[in-house]
Design a binder for this molecule. Sequence first.
Ligand SMILES: Cc1ncc(COP(=O)(O)O)c(C=O)c1O
Length: 389
Amino acid sequence: MKGYFGEFGGQYVPEVLVPPLLELEEAMGVYLGEPSYQSELDELLANYAGRPTPLTPCPNLSKELGFTVRLKREDLLHTGAHKINNTLGQALLAKKMGKTALVAETGAGQHGVATATAAARLGLTATIFMGAVDVERQKMNVERMRLLGARVEPVMDGSQTLKDAINEAMRYWLANQKSTLYCFGTAAGPHPFPTLVRGFQSVISQEALASYQKLIGRPPDLVVAAVGGGSNAIGAFAHFIPLLVDLVGVEAAGSGEEGCHNSAPINLGRPGILHGQRSMLLQTAKGQVLPSHSISAGLDYPSVGPEHSYLSSIGRVRYGMANDREALKAFLTLTRTEGILPALEPSHALGWVLANRRQIPSRSEVMICLSGRGDKDLDIVLENLGSVE
Ligand SMILES: Cc1ncc(COP(=O)(O)O)c(C=O)c1O
């Protein structure tokens, strides 16, 4: 069925949201396959965003672990994370559709910055909704968005995080659909967003597969990526899914204490509906959405993109967890062994690899998607350093 991944996905939205979603789906059909759209996007990705990104070997870490770790360096992109792959694609699509404005939600601020950046470059205005808690913990990104000319709207409802920002951005889109495209930040939400965002992010695995073929003549044995809404992970997995490659998505386990809030809906939730999609969801026995928590704002979301729920349900991808402490330790490990400061989101992916090192056969080729750089997280890391050093 259209927009479904097995039993997950769909378009669970009020009637009034159907026309703008349909308009977007039709525009995807018209423009995404057009050579002029693709060549404009390729040019922006190459000469503005900085693609292709390198596959960086980690000799010191690999020696310590007994298998080869390579990082797919999305942190080296303009604005410091994979989010720009998607926002340039959607902003260009918005232009083709005759829109003059973008609206977006943001958690860590990375997607907000990437949206504000793409809007500035392509001559669109941008309005970014951000939970008040996230505004507080990601101050630098809020300033960056404002400097780029975007309007940042703090959201005071609910838990004041990503979930609430999405609700407000949807409402804004509904009221301004003639002029505005909702530039959704992850491979989740109502159809067609999971498919649209996956398409833009799958450049990660497309490039990585080509790099591995050139380097070792075969794909890696294992690919690991952190899962928030799921866009860097689905992008890192996409071209490996049909191949014999072990794939692991890593959810955030929060503080790791018994009964604590977490952001691990595939491991600890059950199917439910939120933000227009049916997917794994953190909820009470009565179906109330539970507040999520992670030290990393970008992973702090109670649901996940529907394709991940599906890939888990059919056993194609394993979904592990890393807690705040494991992520912080991984942050320090990568910083000190290789001189690379990762964002706290991909630190969860490395945290899982470090915690599960004994399960990984020696001499394996392991790719970790380094979805973003750590500059935005330095305050949080410094505050919590005492707990891991
Ligand atoms: C660097 C980085 N990695 C990962 C994520 C999680 O999002 P997603 O699961 O869509 O890749 C975020 C979200 O803001 C992020 O900033």
